[in-house]
Write a protein that binds this ligand. Structure first.
Ligand SMILES: Nc1ncnc2c1ncn2[C@@H]1O[C@H](COP(=O)(O)OP(=O)(O)OP(=O)(O)O)[C@@H](O)[C@H]1O
Length: 591
């Protein structure tokens, strides 16, 4: 029986979507800030309907008039109604701030995403440009542009936006560096999604909260700077703005001291609201919750295969890894983590990759998938997959293969599902991108697969978020995703390690059945000989980055040749949990 002890919680996805906004509004400061900002936005939007006069209307005898007599807040130095100017001023002031924030955000976030996600030369060049912009004195640059471009606050705000963009760039770049190595980003790449889709759908969504905070703070700064520029007389006198009103009131300070109060109050309240909103979002978030090689090494001559090879390749061989060497740059040169691995995998065959922790199993699998961590490189050897050597394939060349022909089931199911998307979306999206089928078709197929992998209520799981399902269910979802494009090769990296022991056997059985049903070849990375005995036909034993022995499973258990294999078998044969797995595929293998 399937164990679904961790059934989806009663919390609906819709509740989850608005939970964050509700939590921000539950903070009194967040609520006050939102009410104030909504009020200012409404005043700006409906200015022509609520202002008592047109912004340019003046009555000469009401120059610097006190409040009353038709002018609720008094008259300014030119005899215009201060209240009307204040209402229209909110429009222009907010629009100016929006221009500055829009330009800064657009430039900063786009360049930050490129620098953070792709790294390398793009990162170096963009960081250099950003540092250069930060070194420029903003006020002097704005004054120079004012001289060159004339009295337009919008042009000034565009220039100011460019000057502010490094703050968005730095934040975005650092945030992307923090998430780009997350397993669900790797999983999205494995499923065949393009870099653009991954950046927009996965990376940007995860980092959006700090960007919203930054936007709120920068909006407040932009209003203050804009008011400052206008106070210095660098605005367009014909356009009512709060900064322009401040300047006018300052010139008449001794005659009508009250006039300086209103624009000052409007600026202070709006800027404070933006800052308070940013703080409320930050408080809510706080509650809730590599080296590239300097030089390309010259390919080394492949080390001689001192280790045993499997059967020699024949027409039926799907994957033929020969003398594979994988390295990472270290202080004294390249550190080899896979040292001359050779493997063959026939069509429809299940090969176990066993060995103690750190023996290079995952790095071998990642080299086949073209997913080595930053800095990692295939230094020599070949990875012949259906006749194509993947060893030196570019990311662009690998993309059509991943997801469609080579799929991957990871060790930690939860970390490989993007927490911000529903399960259904995460299954449908790769199928649409990789197979080119319609969303309706992909949805029908996803529901079929969810049922096939043994989920009792496929529709409910389809519309659930990852946090609403159990680890065992998440692994079934990932298996459904991996087989959704009917791959030729499935690489499963310790697919049951993170699961409850009662669920492990069921997941293994499911994978075995699917492998037989779809006729896939499978590499099963594990350190559990019980799993090997139960699921694999042949096994390669790894130690210190090299394959020390490769045998038929029955032979390996009966007559282990290498002392290391004997030692590993000796240490597990007394383990009763191993015995529980031994039987179906290799009934003759017994402890
Ligand atoms: N990004 C990296 N940079 C440098 N060395 C790395 C990196 N990733 C892994 N290694 C090294 O590669 C070696 C092999 O790691 P690998 O993850 O393949 O081991 P494994 O056999 O899969 O172990 P486990 O069963 O614990 O996952 C280890 O010594 C590890 O420290």
């Amino acid at each position: 029986m399937t164990d679904f002890s961790n059934e989806p919680t009663s919390r609906s996805p819709k509740q989850g979507r608005f939970a964050f906004a509700r939590a921000v509004l539950a903070n009194p400061l967040g609520l006050v800030a939102c009410v104030m900002l909504v009020a200012v936005l409404c005043v700006a939007a409906f200015a022509p309907f609520i202002a008592p006069y047109a912004p340019g209307d003046l009555q000469i005898f009401k120059m610097n008039a006190p409040p009353g007599d038709g002018y609720l807040l008094g008259g300014d130095g030119a005899g215009r109604d201060i209240l009307t100017r204040l209402i229209y001023g909110s429009r222009n002031t907010l629009a100016g701030a929006a221009v500055a924030v829009g330009v800064a955000g657009l430039i900063g976030v786009v360049t930050g995403l490129i620098a953070g996600y792709f790294g390398g030369n793009r990162d170096v060049v963009l960081s250099w440009v950003s540092d250069g912009l930060m070194a420029l004195p903003a006020l002097i640059v704005l004054l120079a542009f004012y001289q060159a471009l004339g009295a337009s606050i919008y042009l000034s705000m565009i220039v100011f936006g460019i000057m502010l963009s490094p703050s968005f760039f730095r934040l975005t770049r650092n945030l992307v560096n923090g998430v780009k190595h997350e397993l669900y980003i790797d999983a999205a790449r494995v499923s065949g999604l393009s870099d653009l889709r991954i950046i927009v759908r996965h990376v940007l969504r995860v980092i959006r909260a700090p960007l919203v905070i930054q936007t709120s703070i920068v909006a407040g700064i932009a209003i203050v700077i804009q008011a400052g520029l206008e106070f210095l007389g660098l605005g367009d006198p014909a356009t009512p703005t709060w900064g322009g009103m401040l300047q006018n009131a300052f010139a008449n300070m001794y005659t009508a001291p009250m006039a300086i109060l209103w624009p000052g109050l409007a600026i202070s309240v709006t800027v404070a609201s933006f800052v308070l909103l940013a703080n409320a979002i930050r408080d809510r978030l706080q509650q809730g919750d590599r080296v590239t090689a300097g030089t390309t090494p010259k390919p080394k001559p492949a080390p001689s295969s001192s280790h045993p090879r499997g059967d020699s390749p024949d027409d039926d061989v799907l994957l033929d890894v020969r003398d594979l060497v994988v390295g990472y740059p270290g202080k004294g040169g390249w550190t080899e983590v896979v040292r001359g691995v050779s493997l063959t995998l026939r069509r429809g065959e299940v090969l176990g990759l066993v060995g103690e922790s750190g023996s290079g199993k995952t790095q071998t699998a990642f080299a086949i998938l073209g997913l080595l961590s930053e800095g990692g490189r295939v230094l020599s050897g070949s990875i012949l997959f259906d006749g194509q050597d993947l060893a030196h394939f570019s990311e662009k060349e690998m993309r059509p293969l991943r997801g469609k022909r080579i799929a991957y089931v990871p060790q930690e199911p939860m970390s490989n599902l993007d927490p911000v998307f529903r399960i259904g979306y995460q299954l449908v999206e790769p199928m649409v991108a990789v197979l080119g089928i319609s969303r309706t078709e992909a949805k029908a197929r996803a529901l079929e697969l969810l049922a096939r992998v043994g989920l009792p209520d496929p529709k409910r799981t389809f519309s659930a978020y990852p946090h609403e399902i159990s680890g065992g269910m998440a692994q079934r979802v990932l298996i459904a995703g991996a087989v959704s494009c009917k791959p030729d090769l499935l690489i499963a990296d310790e697919p049951t390690t993170a699961l409850d022991v009662t669920v492990q056997a069921e997941v293994l059985e499911l994978m075995r059945n699917l492998q037989a049903e779809f006729g896939m070849s499978m590499i099963l990375v594990t350190h559990n000989f019980g799993v090997v005995a139960d699921s694999c036909e042949r096994v390669a034993v790894m130690k210190d980055g090299a394959v020390v022995e490769m045998q038929e499973v029955t032979k390996l258990f009966a007559e282990p040749a290498h002392p290391y294999t004997k030692m590993l078998l000796g240490s597990v044969l007394n383990d009763t949990t191993v015995r529980s797995y031994v039987a179906p595929r290799n009934p003759e293998v017994t402890a």
